[in-house]
Design a protein around this ligand. Structure first.
Ligand SMILES: Nc1ncnc2c1ncn2[C@@H]1O[C@H](COP(=O)(O)OP(=O)(O)OP(=O)(O)O)[C@@H](O)[C@H]1O
Length: 266
């Protein structure tokens, strides 16, 4: 669905991003993580052709959607008028739109103005308009930044259902490991303009963390690395005997990310 070859983006003399090769298959959801200034937005912007770049970016569809962190709309009309105007349709007569509004629980916000919506409601409204166009490929750039925990959780679970139903291919940039854990098939870690890791979380977990790990919750939050199932049993036994509250994890994104970033220059 998206193929990148020898991509290089520079701002003036500074090379901000180089990606020798990257392929995203149809229906895959890719979560992109990296520090501020690492090149995440540069990746999205070059894929969208919004900035000049060298190399190849091939997108196998014309139905591309994008949702950035902040949206600005005119504020002279209600949300309903704006949605209907921008999509050139009427909610009453448009089953697809009515269903989306229902899905994102937006009916009671239709009579309001955009500026009076909460951050989560603003994101929902933008999503309704983006998803109405049934993009095959969707770019999400920090769509839940600034949302409170509950709004983020709600949005993530709605999107999880939606993406599954529609087999949308998604590249989402986020600072929240939890978002990737809930939605992404693969994790892409960018640091200093370079791809440091790109694979399914469980593969990266095996590579960077080991066979499995126990996180001792409540007390220490320390992770214990184990390489073999037998070791896992021994560690579990010890933790149980100590009365510790722990959980087993094989795809903890935060652990993987921390491990990938170890040894990288800041
Ligand atoms: N228009 C620009 N002109 C010059 N330098 C830029 C421009 N846009 C980005 N950069 C630089 O390129 C690098 C990558 O920026 P980018 O916006 O892609 O990072 P990011 O990972 O998306 O950061 P954040 O998480 O803060 O959004 C940074 O060093 C940034 O300062």
């Amino acid at each position: 669905m998206l193929n990148i070859k020898n991509l290089s983006v520079s701002y003036g003399r500074k090379v901000a991003l180089t990606v020798p090769k990257l392929s995203i298959n149809k229906g895959e959801i890719i979560g992109v993580m990296g520090k501020s200034g690492s090149g995440k937005s540069t990746l999205v912007n070059s894929c969208l052709g919004l900035i000049p770049f060298k190399g190849q970016v091939r997108i196998d569809t014309n139905d591309v959607g994008i949702l950035m962190q902040e949206q600005h709309y005119v504020d002279t009309m209600t949300n309903q008028k704006m949605i209907e105007g921008m999509l050139n349709t009427r909610i009453k007569r448009d089953k697809k739109l009515a269903e989306l509004i229902d899905f994102f629980d937006f009916s009671s916000q239709l009579s309001l103005h955009f500026k009076n919506l909460s951050g989560g409601q603003k994101q929902r409204m933008s999503l309704i308009m983006v998803l109405y166009q049934e993009p095959e490929l969707l770019f999400l750039d920090e769509m839940t930044t600034g949302l409170d925990f509950e709004s983020r959780q709600a949005l993530i679970s709605q999107l999880k259902i939606y993406f599954k139903q529609h087999q949308t291919t998604v590249l989402m940039v986020t600072h929240y490991a939890q978002e990737i854990e809930a939605l992404a098939d693969k994790l892409l870690v960018i640091h200093d303009g370079q791809v440091k890791a790109f694979d399914e979380p469980q593969n990266l977990f095996k590579q960077y963390i080991g066979y499995s790990a126990f996180i001792v919750d409540n007390r220490t939050e320390k992770s214990i690395k184990v390489q073999q199932p037998e070791d896992e049993y021994k560690v579990a036994r010890r933790l149980i005997d100590n009365g510790d509250d722990f959980r087993r994890t094989q795809s903890d994104i935060e652990l993987v990310y921390t491990e990938v970033m170890k040894g990288q220059r800041s």
